[in-house]
Design a protein around this ligand. Structure first.
Ligand code: HGY
Ligand code: MN
Ligand code: MN
Length: 416
């Protein structure tokens, strides 16, 4: 089985240009992107990506969750394909590279194979997963979760955004409902290339992250019930203050996560006060606690402590407390054979590398349940992500894409 020669590289300029052309769609307010899932901008980005895939001679498949599968044929079409992908949806104040780098590097692998006239035994499929971010419709990695059998299609279609719109209705509205049964596709292997979204690779001066594991995660949605009252005329001893209970829970979450160091994180990114009026004590406060660890025992201990202590905090203030898990996956161990192939590719290409655990969740965390999967990471400036100032260099981007090219093509098997 032939493997790609170490002199074969992708086209860095073309990859970089495609990333920044897509970034014109759904711009943010500070140089990043706001291309949230199932919005009109998401639809525009999908249309552009589809045109690029067709321009590269690929055929497009679409499943009932709107996930896009662009296929380059192999010399043996009956073999299970090698999949490579990520996501094109962004956070409301997202960067240009989170998700996009992986999808467009997958496209760049195909474009480079076309340039070189290389055929592979196995087909190669480039994937754009719907709703990886979970910003508009919780949970994150929703489409890959349905694909892996973790969520039902009905559950996913019923998820609501903050305005009460359902996933199913919005997918239909933008015209991207496919007819393929979700999860019917068989994957020989899945690769995902992604920015690290943390500070390690840059601090260690490494070009490539060989991702061996992924953190596990819980998203615990709390609904605290206080009593709406005047912030001025209500005496302190007469208040049923859900906002104060929230603040004390935040402190407790911080203390729980710090008690599990190293290798644990906990925090809150989203809070909703009702009625959210500056001179009314909140009647309800809704927020999602995000806790993560690569170690199952730590993750379980954090969840247990938080769910035990939050009600006590609320009870002491006469505040109602309800909690619902709205997102979860266990710590992930990626496929050792594919991990070794990524490491060997980095060595062959002369790129510095180190093993790393993914701090963020990715679609690969779900595909890993149904097919051998792994990830490749590149550094990002100051480890910053989920911020419009997210930044990487063209060199970093293309080094990871070179490694992706070699790992994917070796797995798809070159035909002499
Ligand atoms: O939440 C995550 O880790 C991912 O960015 N969706
Ligand atoms: Mn991402
Ligand atoms: Mn993200």
């Amino acid at each position: 089985m032939a493997v790609p020669g170490e002199n074969l590289r992708i086209n860095p300029d073309r990859l970089w240009e495609s990333i920044h052309e897509l970034a014109e769609i759904g711009p943010g307010v500070a140089g990043g992107n706001n291309r949230q899932t199932l919005t009109d901008d998401d639809a525009k980005g999908r249309t552009l990506f589809k045109s690029w895939c067709e321009g590269a001679g690929m055929s497009l498949g679409l499943d009932q969750m709107g996930t896009m599968f662009a296929r380059r044929e192999g010399t043996e079409p009956g073999l299970d394909p090698v999949y490579v992908g990520s996501h094109l949806d962004t956070q409301p104040t997202g960067g240009r590279y989170d998700g996009v780098l992986g999808v467009l590097s997958g496209l760049e692998v195909i474009r480079t194979l076309n340039d070189l006239g290389i055929r592979t035994r196995r087909p190669i499929v480039v994937v754009n997963w719907t709703n990886e971010e979970g910003a508009r419709f919780a949970p994150a990695m929703l489409a890959s979760g349905v694909f892996a059998g973790v969520h039902t299609l009905d559950y996913a279609y019923g998820r609501k955004d903050p305005e009460g719109k359902t996933f199913g209705d919005e997918l239909k509205r933008i015209g991207w409902v496919g007819d393929e049964t979700v999860g019917a596709r068989k994957m020989h292997a899945y690769f995902e290339y992604h920015i690290e979204q943390g500070p390690i690779l840059e601090a260690e001066h490494k070009q490539i992250g060989v991702v061996t594991h992924g953190q596990g995660l819980w998203w615990l949605e709390f609904t605290l019930t206080g009593k709406e009252a005047h912030t001025g005329s209500t005496p302190m001893n007469m208040r049923v203050n859900a906002g104060l209970a929230m603040a004390r829970i935040f402190e407790m979450v911080q203390e729980v996560a710090m008690s599990e160091q190293p290798g644990a994180v906990g925090g809150v990114g989203q809070v909703k006060f009702s009625p959210n009026s500056r001179n009314v004590l909140p009647g309800t406060v809704v927020f999602t606690v995000d806790i993560r660890s690569p170690e199952q025992a730590k993750l379980d201990r954090m969840r247990a402590r938080i769910e035990a202590e939050a009600p006590k905090i609320c009870e002491a203030l006469g505040v109602g407390c309800a909690v619902e898990p709205v997102g979860h996956f266990d710590p992930v161990t990626f496929d050792p054979v594919l991990v070794a192939r990524v490491r060997a590719a980095a060595d062959k290409l002369g790129y510095s590398h180190m093993n790393i655990i993914s701090g963020a969740g990715h679609d690969a965390c779900w595909t890993n349940r149904v097919a051998p999967s792994t990830m490749i990471m590149c550094p990002c400036v100051d480890g910053l992500s989920h911020n419009e100032a997210e930044d990487i260099s063209k060199d970093w981007a293309s080094a990871g894409a070179d490694v992706l090219f070699h790992a994917v093509v070796e797995t798809a098997e070159i035909v002499e």
